[in-house]
Design a binder for this molecule. Sequence first.
Ligand SMILES: *Cc1c(COP(=O)(O)O)cnc(C)c1O
Length: 395
Amino acid sequence: MHRFDGDLTRQEGLPDAAIERAVALLRNGRLHRYQTGDAESEAAALEREFAAWQGAPYCLACTSGGYALFLALKAYGLTAGQRVLTNAYTLAPVPGAIVHAGGEPVLVECDGDTVIDLADLERKIQASGARVLMLSHMRGHLVDMDALMALINAHGVDLIEDCAHTMGARWNGERSGNFGLAACFSTQTYKHINSGEGGLLVTRDADLLARATVLSGSYMLYERHGAGPDATAFAGARYEMPNCSGRLDELRAAILRPQLPALDAQVDRWARRYRAMEAVLQRDPTLRLRTRPDAEHFVGSSLQFRLPSFDRDACQALVAAARERGVELKWFGAEEPHGYTSQHSSWRYMATQTLPETGRVLSTLFDLRIPLTVSEDDCRLIGEIIASCVESVSP
Ligand SMILES: *Cc1c(COP(=O)(O)O)cnc(C)c1O
């Protein structure tokens, strides 16, 4: 019986350049982004470099991905009680950010491929009157972005993208995050560049970025940012926006910068691991994996599969059998929230919503992370372990 002895939660260490910069900063104590006077801060340099890498005119660094989502909505001009469409299948920081910004989430069904269901999106746009969609590219799966943009443009709905799982992904060659009015990224340890915690907001809208910058707690020092609009864009924002402190510190910016030039190569390393595991799992017809569309260049930092023929007992048995053999599977069908998985029915701070299709999909949906510390051989082994556990517990 094969067993996986590795650790699916362990990330790679940081590059030497990141460690050296961090040590230099710790020695001189200049950890605040506005402490560097006229010299460019690490945070400002990160904003400039991330904007260039992403191909977005403006970028603001902040404390977390969830905070970036909150900033985007507030700076967009969300008013108290305003409805915000979002995926019912996402992680808890997304509805959390909507509620934090004073909005009311309107949940949209996912389809069998776990992306947002465009027919249900159209129904919900019409029924709710909502004018903004916070689209979560959940687990790195991109919906047909051409169809999505056509639909929301036809209805005059604005788009804010949650790119926590798509930093480095593309649709038809365009980077995920460049489709909407604004996009938010996370630099939390389990995402694609790692500073423990951290967030990045990008946009083409100078006014939105100006408002977000003042909101993030700029103490009127917004001219010291690396990819912000010029001072004229702040004429109104500097008086109209409250300070909701959530700045990124120098230490985290400093350790992120050396990771950025390597990111596209890391995406290729993730793809090889994903494809290695997928190739093994595809041999078993009970397991449903998403066929990745040609237009989608994805980041394979996690893998999902469904087992439509499984009941709840079989799902639980699979999680237990895989755990016995060293593979920690997450199951999105559990009634109680566990770790990062939760269902919308657990988000009791919002109005109860009925989403039968999402419930059906999540009831047999499994997930596992693929950190870069696991090799391609490890991925094949994990695939074999999962396939053999599926066979042994199959109802
Ligand atoms: C991680 C995550 C976020 C937010 O990230 P934090 O930096 O942890 O706040 C947003 N959306 C999704 C789907 C995520 O997984």
